[in-house]
Design a protein around this ligand. Structure first.
Ligand SMILES: Cc1cc2nc3c(=O)[nH]c(=O)nc-3n(C[C@H](O)[C@H](O)[C@H](O)COP(=O)(O)OP(=O)(O)OC[C@H]3O[C@@H](n4cnc5c(N)ncnc54)[C@H](O)[C@@H]3O)c2cc1C
Length: 378
């Protein structure tokens, strides 16, 4: 058990041991249809599933975003699929912290150790509708795509179009899976290049009935800013963890094959290292800015621009680090069961996140809307 009250992501031997074990298991979890069960048993035993709850080390009311981002990065370094699912769990707990009433917070926070949470928002044309049946009951119809964790998630936070005479909008609900009919999972949706063990299936909610107390927040709270846009920092943190794994493995490989004296290899090692360090500086600064600006409505646009810059830079860092690593290790270093082969596939897949073009464009728009460029991030 990790001392989560005084949690340290770096230089803590019990955390390092936990992450090493997760990394070991992730080799076996890399196949279609798999969910990383042993990895999550380890996370549960370590106390990390509840670390953001009140009175825990990274309690959301303590504003420790940089530390939380570093934790997400470390889990991503051990395993990107585990990092992805863990990030969804943390995201759901954050939405409960932001929008839950007191009774809901108590109820769902109590569930967070036993149950994994996830946030399933992405959908195609056959998306989710939440029909108000009256008498405080609601019936769901339609599907979500990319549902990380699929049937292993006991408390999926699902969004959908609310159809009700009283209110409309994009509504969140949390499904108590043991109390409702089974959510139909379509694993054939998930035949990806990488991130196989994230089990991001298509899920069909048609016929599921829930109660008023299962609805989280008001319609459209899900997209409330800066919370929605700044969430990009969390996936960027997990992605940077993947790039750190690539640095670590490239370093190990070059030493193993005795190719450390070559000036080209040294130069590439320098480039990968400064890219990763740049990513960490961005992550830490973005975390600090988040805590400074999140409670200030005037700073919402600034915070969103900073989060969008961070995710864009980290995407670029990851892509460039992968390319440099490929050149360094050659085809020999990219073969199964080598770590690089898997992390390369996982990171390539996980870098595809929503609206990258729009994110970059919004930064440019924000800057052009300012009177001058001297005090952009004051
Ligand atoms: C491993 C993994 C796990 C995931 N887990 C979850 C999950 O648990 N829950 C969840 O809700 N989602 C999840 N997702 C989905 C994720 O959040 C994104 O929605 C998804 O990855 C985006 O897919 P895409 O790259 O095909 O997007 P697209 O939106 O199709 O983007 C592809 C490209 O098209 C551009 N583009 C976008 N819209 C337009 C347009 N209208 N016209 C022209 N160009 C456009 C984009 O900028 C980008 O360059 C997951 C994704 C992955 C990869």
């Amino acid at each position: 058990m990790i001392d989560t009250a005084h949690f340290q992501t770096q230089n803590d031997s019990s955390t390092e041991r936990l992450l090493a074990e997760i990394a070991q298991f992730s080799v076996k979890s890399d196949h279609d249809g798999c969910f990383p069960e042993q990895e999550f048993a380890l996370l549960r035993n370590s106390g990390l599933l509840t670390i953001t709850l009140p009175d825990h080390a990274f309690s959301f009311d303590q504003s420790q975003t940089s530390d939380l981002l570093q934790l997400l990065k470390s889990v991503g370094r051990a395993s990107l699929p585990v990092g992805r699912i863990y990030e969804g769990h943390i995201n759901a707990l954050y939405l409960i912290f932001l929008f839950g009433n007191e009774a809901q917070k108590q109820h769902w926070n109590n569930d967070a150790d036993e149950n994994l949470f996830g946030v399933w928002n992405t959908q195609d044309a056959a998306g989710v509708e939440i029909h108000d049946l009256g008498n405080g009951r609601y019936r769901l119809s339609g599907c979500k795509t990319f549902c990380s964790g699929a049937g292993w998630i006991g408390r999926p936070l699902v969004t959908g179009k609310l159809i009700s005479p009283d209110k409309t909008g994009w509504q969140m609900c949390i499904i108590p899976t043991e109390k409702v009919q089974a959510i139909q999972a379509d694993s054939s949706f998930w035949k990806p290049l990488g991130m196989k063990a994230s089990a991001s299936f298509r899920m069909d909610f048609t016929g599921i009935e829930i109660e008023e107390a299962d609805l989280l927040g008001a319609p459209d709270d899900y997209y409330r800013q800066p919370y929605f846009g700044a969430g990009a920092l969390r996936f960027a943190a997990v992605q940077l963890g993947g790039a750190e794994a690539i640095l670590e493995e490239t370093h190990r490989f070059l030493k193993e094959v005795n190719r450390t004296d070559d000036p080209f290899q040294s130069t590439r090692m320098a480039e990968i290292t400064h890219l990763i360090e740049t990513g960490n500086l961005w992550l830490n600064q973005a975390g600090a800015n988040h805590d400074k600006w999140a409670g200030t409505p005037d700073a919402t646009e600034k915070l969103l621009a900073y989060a969008n810059m961070t995710r864009t830079v980290i995407e670029d860092i990851c892509l460039r680090a992968m390319q440099l690593a490929e050149r360094s290790v050659g085809s020999r270093g990219l073969m199964r069961p080598g770590v690089l082969e898997r992390v390369h596939r996982d990171l390539t897949t996980y870098l595809r996140q929503p609206a990258p073009d729009a994110a970059l464009m919004s930064v440019g728009k924000y800057v052009l809307n300012q009177q001058n460029t001297r005090t952009l991030w004051d």
